[in-house]
Design a protein around this ligand. Sequence first.
Ligand code: PMP
Length: 462
Amino acid sequence: QQPSTGPVPAPDPAVGAAVHSTDRQHVFHSWSAQGKIDPLAVAGAEGSYFWDYDGKRYLDFTSGLVFTNIGYQHPKVVAAIQEQAAKLTTFAPAFAIEARSEAARLIAERTPGDLDKIFFTNAGADAVEHAVRMARLHTGRPKVLAAYRSYHGGTHQAINLTGDPRRWASDTGTAGVVHFNAPHLYRSPFYAETEEQECERALAHLEQTIAYEGPQTIAAVILETIPGTAGIMMPPPGYLQGVREICDRHGIVYILDEVMAGFGRTGTWFAADLYDVVPDLLTFAKGVNSGYVPLGGVAISAKIAETFDQRPYPGGLTYSGHPLACGAAVATLQVMAEEGIVEHAARLGESVIGPALREIAERHPSVGEVRGTGVFWALDLVRDRTTREPLVPYNATGQDNAPMAEFAAACKSGGLWPFVNMNRTHVVPPCNVTEAEVKEGLAVLDDALSAADAHTVPGGAT
Ligand code: PMP
């Protein structure tokens, strides 16, 4: 069954085959061995669904790469992009442009505290690059502390800050980056047994890292407010405020990366709102305009903005604050407010997704932990609940990754497109997914988990 509205082409496998074949000849894909991939040819998308040229429809539990916070092809945002294109498609960043100033105003209104100045970038990684640069210039210090189990982007500095294995291949080891352990109680790096212990020990560890590295050498601490790609690991209460206090004490700039968590995903405008914390710099992208046109940025506090009041900020991008992207952001933020999408995401998380996932977990021995908020959830899959051994080894490929590949294949054959990373599946549908769609997707996921259960240790605890 196809969606009822929108330009849905009739199934046309021949066109799909041609698109696929041209892609394989000429498109070089991210993060992939080019000879081993088989990308699905997508014919169209609407709301929470997309479909291929054979007419098979998928419910998208990934929101693309966790960016379609208002789903695909929202008519008001598509119309706003068309209007902006007709009015002023592009203009250089040095000028004051209506779409750009309005987008900045709306973003500043929603970001916490005094993060009232917006520097626009093209996406998340370059937002991180610029945030780090601002911190270095503001403090005159070289080093940045970043967490293991993090993702900050694919450009040079951002991938070096990243704490997942994608960093390894291009890690220069000399980029002024020091990694530390952020809290994660389920697999505690601090052997903690309670959230209080985890928080206390994680803060002590950060304090110690700063002491050994030399506070006067550290420009910034960067954290994802809720680490996303690395596993939607909710920080224990008090941790993010504790980091705020440590940064203040040492004159270190506090950067929170909300490229994935921002703009409604957590059931609040920003994840920082959940923890009542205000960073000095906040990076965003993805949800700011649902990824309809590439856009990211840094929300800047008064303190950092002051540094560059009389002294130039030595950085910029040709397309900074691109009118088309900013027009899409204005429309997206208006739609989110008009349709109460943030509140909807909060309600879904609390009364639909969270309870349903916990109930599913009770019946599947492969589910070790359920964690999340809003429309930002992870199932941590394990071979054995007692030992918490992950269902597949860290960074597994090929045969070692078979349990997750089988789980993903079962989801897809049931019409659900799942987010799978290492031993986890993330439930990250659009923030305006309906309750009925969530239930439809979770029913498929529930069945598909049997494929993962088959790889648990026989007789392991359930
Ligand atoms: N930071 C975080 C927290 C992210 O999740 C991502 C993307 N997944 C990035 C930065 C990089 O963003 P982009 O791919 O738009 O450069």
